[in-house]
Every structure is written in C-alpha cells, then in structure tokens.
Design a protein around this ligand. Structure first.
Ligand code: CU
Length: 343
C-alpha cells in the first residue's frame, strides 16, 4: 500500500460489446459478484463486491471507430463527450453505486491491485476504456462514437494551458479547502469514493470532484511538466520486449505525471477514475502502446510482478482472463478486434 501511494504522488518532485458487433442486440445488464481468482495473497485480500459489468457480446465483423486527439474533434464531438459522461453520471448504477459512471470508478478501484505493477496493466486498461466507449455509444445512440485521447506531449511544458481545460470544457484546478472543481462541464459533481484497496478503509466518502494541480515553479494553477514528444518517442523505442516496455510505460512521466500533476482524484491510486480526464489520459497511453505494438510485436505479452519488494517474473499468458470483464488478454491485443483504431 505504501508502494501504491508512492506510485502517483511522490514521483514528480522528484462488459458490453467491447468487441465488434454493431448488429448484435444491446447486451443485457447483469451484475455478478466479483469472483476474483484467488491466485495470490493480494488477490484474496480483495473484498468481494458487486461488479457492475455488462455481458460481453460475441465478436462479429465491425467498422472500427476512429479515436481522435481532443483538439481534432469538432465542437460538437467535444460536447458529445461531456453529454455522454453526464448522462452516465445521472444514470442508475448496475451495482450498488451512485451512478452508472461511478460503476466505472468502482470497477477500477476494486481491481486496482490486480492491474498495476503487473503485465495486465496495459490490456486491462484497454478493455476498461473500450467498455466505457461502448456505454457512451449507447447513451448517445451513436454507434460511431469514439473516445478521444489527450496527446499530453503537445502540452508538456505547460499542461494547464491545454485546450481541454476551461469553463466550457473540463474546467480547471480545484478550489477552496477541499480542492473542489467548480467550473467546467463537471462542475459541482459529487464524487463518491470507494476504497477497496487492501489496507485502506473500505468505506464510501461523499465529496466533490477534486483537483489539486501540482505547481510548476511554484506558480498557482500551473501543472508540473509532462514528458515532451521526444521522450515519448524514446519510450516507444525503449525496448522491443513487452515485459520491459510495459514497465517502462507504467513508470514513465507520461503516466504518473498526469495522475500526480492534476492531483486530487486523479492522484488517487485506486479511485482515479472519479475524474473523467482519466479516460483521455489513459487513451493516450493506449495509443502509445499501440504505436509500440505496430513497431514491434502485436501479441507479445509477458512481464514482471512488481507488487512485492522485488520484481519477479510473472507467470502470464494470452489466455489469462481479465476480471471482471471475463475476456482474455489475447482478445484485446489487436485494437481492430475491439472495433476501434487511432486516427
Ligand atoms: Cu489504473
């Protein structure tokens, strides 16, 4: 837990039709109690909880949606993002949570210890983003809708100046004692936090959506630098082995810098999904992984379990099932199989 807390914070200063299948009927909403496989002591320590996932549909041929960088979206496409997220925030949970959006927060929070510092980091976040994208398509009634990404490297030296922020977009820094987000399209969101991470309190905390920008040069409302484009290029070329690349990416400034730099909910290891900027940030990471896959090996999968004191080689295969989506790692290696591509 100490390790996890360090993950985002210390570093700077220093199921649904996830697959193809536009013709298939909407998946029926089901809940199932999490049956996290008890393969490690850490996993067994996770409390059982309601997992509000939708049933995966069977793959069919599909026309991939095209994910675009935020600033390449039209005004309407940007607004579609906010509309969909706010519909989900008002829609009822499929589990015991505050809203359909909060189901996603809870899924990540519940799985937090199974999906970080391990090879599943990248594939799990990929299917997680895809499951949100499918929900957004449904609520917008736009099968062609695609989840945007934020190319953070374009804003690396002054991330607070990125066009995603502002009173008609994501809003800005949190205000007041509790760092509540008071402007933008998520202004005054209630952001209930569940912490299922072992060692943290397993209770819900009602509060606001929080941001607490990590200042650059001690200037108010700035965000500490992200990684510039040449460092992203170096990251993509840092290794031709998935095991190494995945670790490099997870520990790279382009990952932790956005979590810790935006801070507040984003800086929280388990509950980071409470801030919708999470999805644009992780979609950027998904694209970086995809770029690596194209340059190297689309189905390379291996790696280390870095959750303990020492890195150990993890015994993983493409057949491993990702909870609670009940889908194999191998099924998400090629993004075309998940029915999306990047522009
Ligand atoms: Cu995560």
């Amino acid at each position: 837990m100490k390790f996890a807390a360090l993950y985002f914070l210390v570093t700077i200063s220093s199921t649904a039709s996830y697959l193809c299948g536009t013709k298939s009927p909407l998946p029926s909403a089901t809940t199932n109690s999490a049956t996290t496989p008890a393969t490690t002591p850490i996993q067994t320590a996770l409390p059982a909880t309601t997992q509000p996932v939708t049933t995966p549909a069977k793959p069919e041929t599909c026309k991939p949606v095209v994910r675009k960088e935020w600033r390449n979206l039209s005004e309407k496409e940007q607004q579609d993002f906010f509309t969909a997220i706010n519909i989900l925030k008002k829609a009822p949970s499929l589990g015991n949570y505050d809203s359909r959006y909060d189901d996603f927060v809870a899924i990540h929070s519940t799985q937090a210890d199974n999906i970080h510092f391990v090879p599943q980091f990248l594939p799990w976040h990929r299917i997680f983003l895809r499951s949100l994208e499918v929900e957004m398509q449904k609520v917008l009634n736009q099968p062609e809708y695609s989840l945007p990404y934020w190319n953070k490297a374009l804003d690396w030296d002054a991330p607070e100046k990125a066009p995603i922020w502002g009173p008609t977009k994501f809003g800005g820094n949190g205000q007041g004692e509790n760092n509540c987000v008071l402007d933008g399209q998520f202004a005054n969101w209630n952001s209930s936090i569940w912490t299922f991470y072992p060692g943290m309190t397993n209770t819900k905390k009602d509060g606001c959506l929080q941001r607490r920008f990590k200042k650059r040069n001690n200037i108010t409302d700035t965000i500490f630098e992200f990684a510039p484009p040449e460092e992203i290029a170096a990251l993509v070329n840092s290794s031709n082995q998935y095991a190494e690349f995945s670790t490099n990416l997870e520990w790279h400034l382009t990952h932790y810098g956005a979590h810790g730099g935006i801070g507040g909910d984003m800086g929280h290891f388990a509950d980071t999904v409470a801030d919708p900027i999470f999805f644009l940030h992780h979609n950027d990471l998904d694209k970086i992984w995809f770029d690596w896959q194209v340059n190297n090996n689309i189905s390379d999968y291996a790696g280390f379990d870095a959750r303990g004191e020492e890195n150990v080689v993890a015994n993983v295969t493409l057949d491993d099932i990702m909870e609670p989506f009940n889908i194999s790692v191998g099924a998400v290696m090629n993004i075309t199989d998940l029915c999306y591509q990047f522009e």
